[in-house]
Design a protein around this ligand. Structure first.
Ligand SMILES: Cc1cc2nc3c(=O)[nH]c(=O)nc-3n(C[C@H](O)[C@H](O)[C@H](O)COP(=O)(O)O)c2cc1C
Ligand SMILES: [Fe+2]
Ligand SMILES: [Fe+2]
Length: 401
C-alpha cells in the first residue's frame, strides 16, 4: 500500500483530486479537474507539507493514516495559505492538537484570521532549518508566488523541493502522480493556462524565486497542483521561466467582439492576410464565446495580439473591455498590438482601445482600422495593411538562419 504513495526517501504523496468543482477561484474552468497536493514525510519526526481543500478532509485523513496509522504528526509546514491548500488546517489541528505549525512571519496572522487556529508554532526565516532524522529541510521565502506568505521547503537529503503553487498546473492525477509513470500530455497546456490565469501577474517574484532556487540541487519538484516532477524538471522550469519573463512565440491572437458579424468579418480579413504572409499560429477568439481563461493562455503564448470591438453605447464592447482589464491586471509585457473596430453613427471603441494601448505599453503595430457599418473594399485594404504590418513585425524577430 505504502509503496504506491512513496516519492523518495520517506516522502509520501497524500494529495486529493477535485473533479467536482466547475470553476477554480470561481472563475477558471477545470475541464480536467485539479489536484490539491499534500506530502507526508514519515521520518523519525513526522511532518506534513501543506493540506488540501476542506471538502476532501476525510479522504486526506485516510491517506495520512494509511501511512502513519495512529502515530502523531509533529510538524505541519504551511508553504501557502490560499484555502485550496490551507483549508484543512483547523481539522488537522483538531485531530493532531499537539502539532507544531511551521510558517513565516506572514503565515500565522493568516492562519488565525482564516481559521482561528493558534498554538505552538515554529516561525522560520530565510534559510532556517528543520531536521526530521533522515530528511533535512531548509526554508526559502518566495513572496508573491503566489501570496505574500508563500515559501518553499527544500529537502537537502534527497533534493526534493516542495514548491507550493510554483511549477503547478491544472489537471487531476488519474492513478499515478509521478511524471515518469503517467502520460503527461494533458498537463502542458494546462500549465500555461494555470500560470496565466492564477500566477500571471507575478512574473517578477517568480523570476526572483527561480534565481534563488536555481542554485539548489533539485531532483524532485513537489508542487501543490499536478504531477510530481522528476525527469520533466527542465521542461517545467523552462515553461515557468518563459512565462514569467512574458516571452512569447511567433503567432497572433485575434480577440474580437461582434454582435451582428461585421466586426467579425474584419477579424477574418486580418487573419487571412496574416496567414498569406506566412504566420502559421493564428488563434481567433470571439470574446462572447471563448472563456477568458483560454484567451489569457493564448495571449501568454503568442507575441502578437490584435483586438477588435464594435462600438457599444459609446464605449468598447463590454466583453472586450473585460478581457482588456484582465490583460492589464496581469501586467502582460512586450506584445505587438493591433486594433480594429466598428460603429454605426459615432465611433468610440477604437479610440478607447487606444487608451488600452497606452496603459499596456504594448508596441502598437500598423494603423488602427475603424469601419462604419459594414465591410467595403477600403476596409479589406486597411485590414490587409494592418495584418501585413503585424506579420512584418513578427518576422523581424525571427533568428537569422
Ligand atoms: C446595444 C448597441 C449599442 C450600440 N451603441 C453604439 C454607439 O454608441 N455608437 C455607434 O456608433 N454605434 C453603436 N452601435 C452600433 C454598432 O457599433 C455597429 O452596428 C457595429 O457595426 C456592430 O458591429 P457587429 O456587427 O460586429 O456587432 C450599437 C449597437 C448596439 C446593438
Ligand atoms: Fe495559490
Ligand atoms: Fe493553489
Amino acid at each position: 500500500m505504502n509503496e504506491k504513495t512513496l516519492i523518495k526517501g520517506k516522502i509520501h504523496y497524500v494529495g486529493v483530486n477535485d473533479r467536482n468543482k466547475h470553476l477554480f477561484e470561481g472563475m477558471w474552468p477545470l475541464p480536467y479537474g485539479v489536484s490539491y497536493n499534500s506530502y507526508l514525510i514519515d521520518d523519525d519526526i513526522v511532518a506534513l507539507v501543506d493540506t488540501v481543500d476542506a471538502c476532501y478532509f476525510e479522504v486526506f485523513l485516510r491517506k495520512i493514516r494509511s501511512i502513519i496509522g495512529n502515530r502523531p504528526i509533529q510538524y505541519l509546514i504551511i508553504n501557502h495559505m490560499e484555502p485550496d491548500h490551507s483549508g484543512s488546517i483547523r481539522l488537522i489541528k483538531q485531530y493532531y492538537p499537539d502539532i507544531v505549525i511551521v510558517g513565516n512571519k506572514q503565515t500565522f496572522g493568516m492562519i488565525e484570521g482564516f481559521y482561528g487556529v493558534t498554538g505552538e508554532r515554529y516561525e522560520v526565516k530565510e534559510g532556517d532549518f528543520l531536521d526530521l532524522g533522515y530528511h533535512k529541510l531548509r526554508f526559502y521565502l518566495t513572496p508573491m508566488v503566489h501570496w505574500p506568505e508563500t515559501m518553499m521547503t527544500f529537502d537537502e537529503t534527497d533534493g526534493v523541493l516542495f514548491s507550493g503553487d510554483g511549477f503547478g498546473c491544472f489537471g487531476t492525477l488519474d492513478g499515478g502522480f509521478l511524471d515518469t509513470r503517467i502520460n503527461t500530455d494533458k498537463y502542458w497546456d494546462e500549465m500555461v493556462r494555470y500560470y496565466s490565469n492564477i500566477v500571471g501577474k507575478y512574473g517578477n517574484p517568480v523570476q526572483k524565486a527561480m534565481a534563488k532556487l536555481g542554485k539548489l540541487p533539485i531532483k524532485v519538484v513537489c508542487s501543490t497542483h499536478g504531477p510530481v516532477w522528476t525527469e520533466n524538471i527542465p521542461k517545467v522550469a523552462g515553461i515557468y521561466d518563459r512565462l514569467s519573463r512574458y516571452e512569447a512565440a511567433e503567432g497572433v491572437v485575434i480577440a474580437y467582439g461582434s454582435m451582428y458579424g461585421n466586426t467579425e468579418q474584419m477579424a477574418e480579413a486580418i487573419a487571412e492576410e496574416l496567414s498569406a504572409q506566412g504566420i502559421r499560429d493564428i488563434v481567433m477568439h470571439n470574446v462572447s464565446k471563448s472563456h477568458p481563461s483560454y484567451m489569457l493562455k493564448d495571449i501568454f503564448q503568442y507575441k502578437g495580439l490584435i483586438i477588435g470591438s464594435p462600438t457599444y453605447c459609446n464605449h468598447i464592447y463590454p466583453e472586450v473591455e473585460s478581457l482588456l482589464e484582465k490583460i492589464l491586471l496581469r501586467e502582460v509585457k512586450n506584445r505587438y498590438l493591433g486594433l480594429f473596430g466598428s460603429f454605426c453613427w459615432a465611433g468610440a471603441a477604437v479610440k478607447r482601445m487606444g487608451e488600452f494601448a497606452e496603459k499596456s505599453k504594448f508596441e502598437l503595430v500598423g494603423d488602427p482600422v475603424e469601419m462604419k457599418q459594414a465591410m467595403k473594399d477600403i476596409t479589406y485594404e486597411q485590414c490587409g495593411i494592418l495584418a501585413r504590418a503585424m506579420a512584418e513585425r513578427l518576422k523581424k524577430d525571427r533568428p537569422n538562419v
